[in-house]
Write a protein that binds this ligand. Structure first.
Ligand code: AMP
Length: 404
């Protein structure tokens, strides 16, 4: 039997298929531009040792068509990884927002779907896509157990002093306005890997997820005690196209003095800000190239981006009252040596000292970039949200069967 992990977004579906008892996927893929022109499916198979990649340019009308194409690829005679969709015993779904009630991996029922729907106002860009993915998976794999794993769940251990905002309580009680935090599946995964590697389950860690979206978490003995994103994924660090933290009065100023509407502010802060606004590009590979060429805008962008991360490291080291390791992960964190170097430079106060040569090496898997005698480790740990979801599904099913 197999576990199919689905990460269904508003216009894309990412997937990975794992044998029930293995962490090695047999295939993965990405279905892009659903409901738009230029649909594309990339499907990778690992069954016979070397990876085989299939690329299909085809329009994908909606999520149902996308999932049907995926089911078709899994069983297509020449490249089949399973003989029958009934071999998929579990479908694990990444769900961005679980609010305050969906705090653990959960078997999906009508009631759970209702709760995910009730969170649409807090996650309008994500939860509707997840519900679509879930409903199509229920149709295509009717005998499978559908399980939801929530990106907010890891942050539910935050104390109230970290998750409440200093505004009247009714906004929390009536509207659920509080810090939720995101990228929780990734933070939890890399924190777990770091604790295992350090052989210290009590470790004090700062995990830094730097991808298109960027966030940080302060983790003590596996529990998250603070995180940089808030009610939505807009707060905290500077990101590809998002501003991160900004004085709320900037919004009031733009509204009152410049006539910006709520929609325009949303567009400005989520899509036209961050590195795109500072450097003209949102992909770190482009900005890094410009930095090496000496472009002043790219220099400022890198400095602002990494200075913000540094400030959170300082805050979290104090919140944790100690620091065993900082962990870099996701697209930028795993690949961009310049970001890591600028973050870790001039941080002797925390005994964070980076080995510049090791930082430049391109190696796979977990890497330790700290100088031998430094007390605080600097780790790069590739994130793997799909594997984390598959493992959660396994644990939940095992516990359900044993009645635990
Ligand atoms: P993610 O959201 O984790 O998939 O990260 C995507 C982002 O990672 C891209 O937008 C790039 O900014 C960044 N990225 C990916 N590969 C590299 C690389 N080799 N060097 C620097 N940045 C990279």
């Amino acid at each position: 039997m197999y576990i199919l992990v689905i990460n269904s977004g508003s216009s894309s579906i990412k997937y990975q298929l794992f044998p029930k008892h293995s962490d090695q996927p047999v295939c993965n893929g990405l279905i892009e531009r659903i409901g738009q022109t230029g649909g594309r499916i990339t499907h990778e198979i690992f069954k016979t040792g070397a990876a085989q990649t299939i690329k299909l340019e085809q329009s994908v009308k909606d999520h149902e068509a996308g999932m049907q194409a995926l089911a078709g690829l899994l069983t297509r005679e020449d490249i089949a990884v399973i003989a029958d969709p009934a071999q998929i015993g579990t479908v694990g779904h990444r769900v961005v927002h679980g609010g305050e009630t969906l705090t653990k991996p959960t078997i999906i029922t009508a009631e759970v779907k209702e709760k995910i729907r009730a969170l649409y106002p807090l996650a309008p860009l994500h939860n509707p896509g997840h519900i679509k993915g879930i409903e199509v998976a229920e149709k295509l794999f009717p005998s499978a157990t559908q399980i939801a794993v929530f990106d907010t769940a890891f942050h539910q251990t935050l104390p109230d002093k970290a998750y409440r905002y200093a505004i009247p309580e009714r906004f929390y009680k009536e509207d659920g306005i509080r810090v939720y935090g995101f990228h929780g599946i990734s933070h939890q995964y890399v924190a777990g890997e770091a604790m295992d590697w350090l052989k210290n389950q009590q470790a004090k860690l700062i995990t830094i997820h730097l991808g298109n979206g960027c966030s940080m978490a302060a983790v003590s003995a596996g529990n998250c005690i603070d995180t940089s994103m808030g009610l939505t994924p807009l707060d905290g660090l500077v990101m590809g196209t998002r501003s991160g933290a900004i004085d709320p009065s900037v919004l009031l100023y733009l509204q009152q003095q410049k006539g910006f509407t709520a929609e325009q502010l949303n567009e400005l802060l989520n899509k036209q800000s961050g590195m795109l606004a500072l450097a003209g590009y949102n992909d770190m590979r482009d900005i890094s190239r410009l930095y090496q060429e000496g472009a002043p805008a790219a220099k400022l962008a890198y400095e602002l981006y990494t200075y913000r991360i540094k400030k959170f490291i300082g805050a979290y080291a104090v919140a944790l009252n100690g620091l065993d390791a900082i962990v870099f992960t996701a697209g930028v964190g795993e690949n961009d040596a310049l970001t890591r170097e600028l973050v870790c430079r001039d941080m002797e106060v925390l005994d964070v000292r980076i080995d510049i040569a090791k930082n430049q090496l391109r190696e796979k898997g977990l890497r330790d970039l700290s100088l031998e005698d430094a007390r605080t480790r600097i780790l790069v740990i590739p994130t793997n949200e799909e594997l984390a979801i598959a493992r959660e599904c396994r644990t939940l099913k095992d516990n359900t069967h044993t009645g635990a």
